[in-house]
Write a protein that binds this ligand. Structure first.
Ligand SMILES: NC(=O)c1ccc[n+]([C@@H]2O[C@H](COP(=O)([O-])OP(=O)(O)OC[C@H]3O[C@@H](n4cnc5c(N)ncnc54)[C@H](O)[C@@H]3O)[C@@H](O)[C@H]2O)c1
Length: 315
């Protein structure tokens, strides 16, 4: 049995990751301060003897001695870009910068101490508003260092740079994944990200506020596919690599609304508002590297994923 740490384990992705790791027979230590996550996401794990919850801010030193680890998954960080959401990184800009910088330092130190691999959850936001399309890992990005999204984008870029500094100076076993928009059950419907917001609007028959004209594109990955990709990263010897994980099927936001209508048989009411500052206009991962190195690619289409997500919330 392997012992692993998941920071941000009470969040959307972290909790699905805890489930997958437990299912594989691992002992999981989840560290979370519930800044943007929820106890509900891990309620089903609390009685499991192979699951431990430490309620703590990973930007501060952890009091517990964590030894005998075989892997660390550093996923703690707010992730919603919607300024209106109380759990977004714009609502917690300083905390976001600290968890991705100092929090990453503590987790990298822990990985070196345990001589174990560390998988760091980076993001497609490191590409900013991309001038290269689709985005391969070699693209260096087009990011504002001072705009409202910079607390997230630049701290994730710092996290990546720090991870590579640890690789070069301390031979840390780092694996960096750049996650593109992922959706599915356990997202908070009112957290402000696009897919939960339209699902919320459909389920509760309330207007959806579209920032901009809806022509910007995104590529949406269903959570089961992403978790399969992360587990492949965990299993394979891809230390020192940066790998994009996401679904390359690209849709404009308006097209996604059409897919939702097809799936549900009902259109939602859309209210158009001003576009957001520095909002990326195009977003699509180049996943050639993931296909080659991990033998992984997503299998769930957007209509199928939306159907699954709506079913889960209807239950
Ligand atoms: N979901 C996506 O589409 C997506 C895309 C790109 C990158 N990511 C990255 O994946 C990770 C998880 O994202 P998510 O969508 O599950 O977000 P989430 O907000 O649901 O989960 C993040 C978790 O981290 C916890 N957390 C935040 N700051 C913390 C701190 N200082 N100490 C301890 N816990 C803390 C939160 O309480 C929450 O449970 C994040 O690092 C995010 O940047 C997600």
């Amino acid at each position: 049995m392997s012992k692993v740490v998941v920071t941000g384990g009470a969040g959307f992705l972290g909790s699905h990751l805890c489930d997958a790791l437990i299912a594989l027979g691992n002992e999981v230590v989840c560290i979370d301060n519930f800044l943007s996550g929820s106890k509900d996401n891990i309620a089903h794990l609390m009685d499991n003897p192979r699951f431990t919850l430490i309620i703590a801010d990973v930007s501060l030193p952890i009091n517990e001695k964590l030894s005998g680890l075989s892997a660390i998954f550093h996923f703690a960080s707010p992730a919603s870009p919607n300024p209106a959401s109380p759990v977004s990184y714009m609502a917690h800009p300083v905390e976001t910068m600290l968890v991705n910088s100092i929090g990453s330092k503590y987790m990298l130190d822990l990985a070196v101490e345990n001589n174990c691999q560390i998988i760091l959850a980076s993001t497609s936001e490191v590409y900013g508003d991309p001038e290269v399309h689709p985005q391969p890992e070699t693209y260096l990005g087009n990011v504002s260092s001072i705009g409202p999204r910079s607390c997230y984008d630049e701290s994730k870029r710092f996290m990546e740079a720090l991870a590579f500094a640890y690789l070069r100076s301390k031979s840390a076993k780092i694996k960096v994944i750049r996650i593109f928009n992922t959706y599915g059950p356990r997202m908070m419907l009112d957290e402000g990200r696009f897919i939960p917001a339209i699902v919320d609007s459909y389920l509760h028959q309330k207007p959806f506020f579209m920032h901009g004209k809806g022509v910007a594109t995104r590529s949406f990955c269903y959570v089961d596919d992403l978790i399969a990709g992360i587990m492949a990263v965990y299993r394979k010897g891809v230390e020192g690599e940066v790998i994009n994980l996401g679904n390359p099927q690209e849709y404009s936001l308006v097209e996604v609304l059409d897919v939702l209508k097809e799936v549900t048989g009902r259109a939602i009411e859309v209210v158009y508002k001003e576009g957001l500052v520095d909002d990326p206009q195009r977003r699509k991962p180049d996943i050639t590297k993931a296909k080659e190195m991990l033998d992984w690619s997503p299998t769930v289409s957007l209509p199928e994923g939306l159907r699954k997500m709506i079913e889960s919330y209807s239950r």
